[in-house]
Design a protein around this ligand. Structure first.
Ligand code: 5HU
Ligand code: ZN
Length: 164
């Protein structure tokens, strides 16, 4: 059977697959102290803001930031947190496929999340300060940060041959 940590991280992974970002799919799963899933999210444009009208590009040939995804996309962590009613903030854990950025760290802290479990850390040259700031904030606020150590290398889901 699947461990709780692998289970919630797998849900974050599955959720990431819903993202339409061609370059990076991020998923998050918010879990209560009691182990109840409170919210799931992935990176995408805000509700009602169509993928047909907004760009998924990382860069604009004309150097126009409005032709890139960055000013428009909602991060997976924020979607997972906003999907809950914040009923019992104490002891919440956030499972994320990628270490959260500084903007997400602020929201994670302010919403009362106690622990962040991440799968990979993205540290790319010029965005380094974003993740250093994020580590600083989470550490100052006393939010536990843990790199997920999977117990299973893969969790296949096979619709063809369900073991029921
Ligand atoms: O914390 C995060 N959470 C999150 O959902 N994202 C999303 C936003 C973008 O769609 C994508 C980042 O794209 P890229 O790696 O191409 O710059 O990941 C990005 C971060 C930044 O680390
Ligand atoms: Zn973020």
């Amino acid at each position: 059977f699947i461990s709780w940590d692998d289970y919630f991280m797998a849900i974050a992974f599955l959720s990431a697959e819903r993202s339409k970002d061609p370059n990076r799919q991020v998923g998050a799963c918010l879990v209560s102290q009691e182990g109840i899933i409170l919210g799931i999210g992935y990176n995408g444009f805000p509700r009602g803001c169509s993928d047909d009208k907004l760009p998924w590009a990382k860069k604009s040939a004309r150097g126009d930031p409005l032709e890139t995804k960055y000013p428009y996309v909602v991060h997976a962590e924020v979607n997972a947190i906003l999907n809950t009613n914040h009923a019992s903030a104490a002891g919440q854990k956030l499972y994320v496929t990628m270490f959260p950025c500084n903007e997400c760290a602020k929201i994670i802290i302010q919403s009362g999340v106690s622990e962040v479990l991440y799968f990979v850390e993205k540290r790319i040259d010029n965005s380094d300060h974003v993740y250093v700031a994020s580590h600083n904030l989470l550490s100052m606020a006393g939010v536990k940060v843990r790199k997920h150590q999977p117990q299973m290398a893969q969790i296949p889901i096979n619709f063809q041959d369900p073991r029921v």
